[in-house]
Write a protein that binds this ligand. Structure first.
Ligand SMILES: *Cc1c(COP(=O)(O)O)cnc(C)c1O
Length: 335
C-alpha cells in the first residue's frame, strides 16, 4: 500500500461527510489571556462514539470492496478503536468482530457490544491478540482494521485537522496527542498542505516517550507498556506508515506528565464545561507548558477524545484538587 498524501485526507473528508460529526472548534478567553495567544480547540470528545478514531475507522471500512464488506471486519483493541470499528461497521451494514482482553472494563465491552460487534475475549497474560486476530481473519475471511498503521486510517484521522484549519485559517502551531501516530501523521498531512508554515508537535505521555526517542534518533524505538493514565497512548512503538510522515513533516515530539493531564482535565471541566479523557489532554498540556513562548501565536489543539469512566474521572480530579487554579489566577491578573 502507498503512503497516504493530503489528497487521501481530502478524499476521506468527502467520504465521512454526513456520517462523522463536524465537531466544534472552541476557544477560551481564560486560556488566551494566560498565554497571550489565541488557542483553537478541535473538540473530538464530541465526535461519534466520543473520539476521533471514528474518522479513520469509517474511512477504512468505506474503502473495502463489496466482497470484503460482505465478509466483515476484525480489530483488536480495548479502547476507542474497538468502538470506532464497531460503530462504523454497523452504519455501513457490516459485521464486526473485536478481540478484547477478558479483563477490559465492563463499560467498554458493553459499549462495543451495543454497537453490534461480536466480542472475542482473550487472556492478555497468556495469549497473543495479534495471533488470535490473524487466525480468525484467515478462517473467516475478515479484513483486519489496525488502529493506526494503515494509510486509510491515517487519512481519516487527518480530517480533524483539515476541518480545524478550514475553520480557523492558517495557524502558527498545532499540538496533537500521540500514541501509535495515526492522528499525528494525518494531522501533519493536513497542516503541511493547508498551513505550510505551521509548526506541528506530537505530544505523548512522559512515561512512554518512544515517539520522542524515535523522532530524535530516526528509527522506530520499542518500549515496554508505559505506566500512565493516558490509556489511549499506551502504545509501545509508532507504526511504520505514521513514522515516515512524522519524521518528514513534524517539528518535534514533546511529553506531558500525568499530573499535567489531570490539571488539564480539571481545566476543561471547570472552565470549558467539557469532559475530556486523560489522553485527550496531551496536546493542551504541552501548549500550557510552553506558556509565554506561544505569545502572539494562533495555536491549534486537537482534543482527541472524551471517553473516561465517570468514577475514574472524579477520582483523578479528586487526587488533583486545585487543578487549573494556576492558569485562572494568571488570567484574573491579566484582566
Ligand atoms: C487512540 C487515541 C490517541 C492516539 O492516537 P494514535 O493515532 O494512536 O496516535 C489519542 N487520543 C485518544 C482519545 C485516542 O483514542
Amino acid at each position: 500500500m502507498n503512503a497516504p498524501t493530503f489528497a487521501d485526507v481530502a478524499a476521506a473528508a468527502r467520504r465521512i461527510e454526513g456520517h462523522a460529526r463536524r465537531t466544534p472548534v472552541m476557544t477560551s478567553r481564560t486560556v488566551d489571556a494566560a498565554l497571550g495567544a489565541k488557542l483553537f480547540f478541535k473538540c473530538e470528545n464530541f465526535q461519534c462514539m466520543g473520539a476521533f478514531k471514528f474518522r479513520g475507522a469509517f474511512n477504512a471500512l468505506s474503502r473495502l470492496d463489496p466482497g470484503s464488506r460482505a465478509r466483515g471486519v476484525i480489530a483488536f483493541s480495548s479502547g476507542n478503536h474497538a468502538q470506532a470499528v464497531a460503530l462504523s461497521a454497523r452504519l455501513l451494514g457490516m459485521e464486526s468482530t473485536i478481540v478484547m482482553p477478558s479483563d477490559a472494563p465492563v463499560a467498554k465491552m458493553e459499549a462495543t457490544r451495543a454497537y453490534g460487534a461480536q466480542i472475542i475475549p482473550y487472556d492478555r497474560y497468556r495469549e497473543d491478540r495479534e495471533e488470535i486476530t490473524r487466525g480468525l481473519a484467515t478462517a473467516r475471511g475478515l479484513s483486519v482494521i489496525p488502529p493506526y498503521d494503515h494509510p486509510d486510517v491515517i487519512a481519516g484521522q487527518g480530517t480533524a485537522a483539515l476541518e480545524l484549519l478550514n475553520d480557523t485559517g492558517p495557524l502558527d502551531s498545532l499540538y496533537v496527542c500521540l500514541g501509535g501516530g495515526g492522528l499525528l501523521a494525518g494531522s501533519a498531512l493536513a497542516a503541511k498542505a493547508l498551513a505550510p508554515r505551521c509548526k506541528i508537535y506530537g505530544v505523548e505521555p512522559e512515561a512512554g516517550n518512544d515517539g520522542q526517542q524515535s523522532f530524535r534518533s530516526g528509527t522506530i524505538v520499542h518500549i515496554g507498556v508505559p505506566d500512565t493514565i493516558a490509556d489511549g497512548a499506551q502504545t509501545q512503538a509508532l507504526g511504520r506508515y505514521p513514522f515516515e510522515i512524522i519524521r518528514r513533516d513534524v517539528t518535534d515530539v514533546l511529553t506531558a506528565s500525568d499530573a499535567q493531564l489531570v490539571d488539564c482535565m480539571g481545566f476543561f471541566a471547570a472552565r470549558m464545561k467539557m469532559i475530556v479523557e486523560p489522553t485527550g489532554c496531551l496536546g493542551f498540556a504541552a501548549a500550557r507548558a510552553a506558556g509565554t513562548q506561544l505569545a502572539g501565536q494562533r495555536v491549534g489543539i486537537i482534543v482527541s477524545g472524551g471517553n473516561v469512566d465517570l468514577g475514574r474521572f472524579a477520582q483523578l480530579l479528586g487526587s488533583g484538587a486545585g487543578a487549573s487554579r494556576e492558569i485562572s489566577t494568571a488570567a484574573d491578573q491579566a484582566r
